[in-house]
Ligand binder design. Structure first.
Ligand SMILES: [Zn+2]
Length: 569
């Protein structure tokens, strides 16, 4: 009860201190009708002007244009500018959290307008709508063009305080029992001797195979699959930018192909499904001030949303939300070169320079290899972007690139885009403005400017899911359940931390990031993952684990709403 009051307290304080509280209440007032399926389509790092540009470039409306209903306020617990980890955490859990956090509560330092969270909420895992969907008997899936352990997909399937903890994220993703996972990031499934990166030397791919997952690595292998659980890894690292995919890795499926296959497989479940799809790389394109990379990835996302909408129209019981997590790059149609020439600025003037670009700036940069001379760069830019640049421009790009290190390719966009296009950029980073929200199907909100956290509640209400009950069921503080004297955490175990509980002569072990407990020869599968919070030293277990250890047979709390918008009594 105390926890519930605390949760309600946080929610109220968010409304009270929020600059857009009225929009939140407006959305909450809409009476949703339950949906069987929910599809959340996220385009990372995008906002209104990118959509407008993509529409010009496509020469037709975007597939989701008719369904723009409002906007999402993107700020996070400790900043007016969001990053993907806390933004997607808000979408997934309904809790506004701190920079870098993946579906765990915020730390104590918050914006002046937001009350610091009570201690019990800090770094505590918060259950996601995907975890809830699974417990409702629905099938679940995530699709991304980044590593699937990257921030946005991670927020739906994992609980860690740092988005860089991708070994832990991948381990939780594997132990969530998802039905469909498609994207990049194979290196976080494998130990170093198998060309992987896992520091704990575990081979999660072997586990997945043993559990019956199919693991396609090409479009052809993916397309041949007609049933069963799938963990498709199409790249060791991220998948390719759409603009480079055909020339660099033509065997990789498109985002639309992955979305279609995920829906085909997940929709076999009569209880329905929850699917999150991310077009991951508009963000990186905008970080690099690279308009061609941006528009090709955005149109690949547009096509994927079209696939989801076509299914939803046929099905009639599917809610589709399409939105982004924040803007990146401060992209604008128009820059200082266009200020005095509005009447002369035609569609072709805007589009043609970008149409001539046939690869991403990072593809151009990587082709230079160690040969970073102005001559070589000029030739590569001519080939990749169809631009004859001057010696001075080439020298300027190389000098800027030397200061950017990892993001060296951004020097190409930052120097050339303002001079050779009518596109403006304000930053190589993120921006804090609202982002458009598109929604189709049963359970869609009334509209207005809504809080990022409301996205989770919209999904939960549409599925008839009570997030508070779900949190009580999936994440119990082990010390609160058993007392400090019975709980220890072995932090030096070779495969990661292990929660140890001494109870009535039983020595129970629960490995963090996994979904089982064991004592002696007994192993019990759990309905959720065990989470160890390194910042607080606390361990969180599914309530089911507590019941098994105590030998109690009481039923677990109901997570279904009794009626749309009402809690079960
Ligand atoms: Zn970003």
């Amino acid at each position: 009860m105390l926890k519930r009051l605390l949760a309600i307290g946080i929610l109220l304080s968010c409304i009270l201190f929020s600059p857009v509280g009225a929009g939140f209440l407006l959305a909450a007032a809409g009476e949703p009708s339950p949906a069987r399926n929910v599809i959340v389509m996220i385009v990372d790092g995008c906002s209104s002007e990118q959509y407008t540009f993509a529409r010009w470039f496509k020469g037709a409306p975007l597939t989701f244009d008719p369904y723009r209903i409002g906007a999402v306020a993107t700020y996070i617990a400790d900043s007016v500018i969001a990053d993907s980890a806390p933004a997607a955490s808000a979408f997934a859990t309904g809790v506004r959290t701190s920079d870098k956090h993946i579906s765990v509560g915020p730390h104590e330092k918050t914006l002046s307008t937001i009350k610091p969270p009570p201690e019990a909420e800090r770094y505590r895992p918060f259950a996601t709508v995907l975890e809830g969907a699974k417990l409702l008997g629905k099938s679940t899936g995530i699709v991304a063009t980044s590593r699937v352990s990257h921030a946005t997909p991670a927020a739906y399937v994992a609980h860690v305080p740092g988005r860089d903890m991708e070994d832990d994220i991948m381990e939780q993703a594997v132990h969530q029992g998802l039905d469909v996972v498609l994207g990049g990031g194979k290196r976080h499934l494998l130990p170093p001797e198998m060309k992987g990166r896992r520091k704990d030397a575990e081979n999660l791919a072997a586990d997945l195979t043993r559990w019956g997952y199919r693991m396609p690595e090409t479009r052809e292998a993916l397309m041949a699959i007609r049933e069963g659980r799938v963990f498709g890894m199409f790249a060791d690292n991220h998948m390719d930018p759409e603009i480079d995919r055909r020339q660099a890795h033509p065997h990789q499926p498109t985002l639309a192909e992955m979305t279609a296959k995920a829906i085909e497989l997940l929709s076999k479940n009569p209880n329905g499904f929850f699917l999150m799809v991310e077009g991951s790389q508009v963000d990186w394109a905008c970080h690099a001030n690279d308009p061609a990379y941006m528009v090709h990835d955005l149109l690949a996302y547009d096509e994927a949303v079209g696939v989801a909408l076509a299914f939803a129209r046929r099905d009639g019981k599917t809610l589709v939300l399409a939105l982004s997590d924040h803007n990146t790059g401060g992209f604008s149609i128009g820059n200082s070169a266009s200020n005095a020439i509005y009447p002369q600025l035609g569609v072709e003037d805007l589009l043609n320079p970008v149409r001539r670009m046939k690869s991403s700036a990072s593809f151009i940069w990587n082709r230079l290899g160690a040969d970073r001379t102005p001559q070589r760069l000029k030739a590569a830019v001519q080939e990749g972007w169809g631009l004859a640049i001057t010696d001075e421009e080439a020298t300027e790009i190389l000098a800027l690139a030397a200061t950017l290190k990892d993001g060296a390719a951004a020097a190409i966009g930052k120097v050339l885009s303002p001079r050779h296009t009518y596109i403006g950029w304000t930053t190589l980073g993120h921006c804090g403005g609202d982002v458009p929200l598109h929604a189709f199907g049963p359970g869609r909100p009334a509209g207005g400017v809504i809080e990022a956290t409301e996205i989770a509640r919209i999904c939960a209400r549409a599925m008839g899911l009570d997030l508070d009950s779900l949190n009580r069921r999936l994440f119990v503080d082990a010390v609160e359940a058993f007392g400090p004297e019975r709980v220890r955490v072995d932090r030096n175990a070779p495969q990661g931390p292990v929660v140890q509980i001494d109870y009535a002569g039983k020595q129970v072990e629960l490995p963090a990031n996994k979904n089982f407990l064991r004592w002696g020869q007994t192993t019990h599968a759990l309905e959720g993952v065990v989470v160890w919070a390194p910042n607080t030293g606390k361990a969180y277990l599914p309530l089911q684990a507590v019941r098994v250890i105590e030998g109690k047979k009481e039923p677990l709390p109901e997570i279904r709403l009794a009626k749309a918008g009402r809690k079960a009594s």
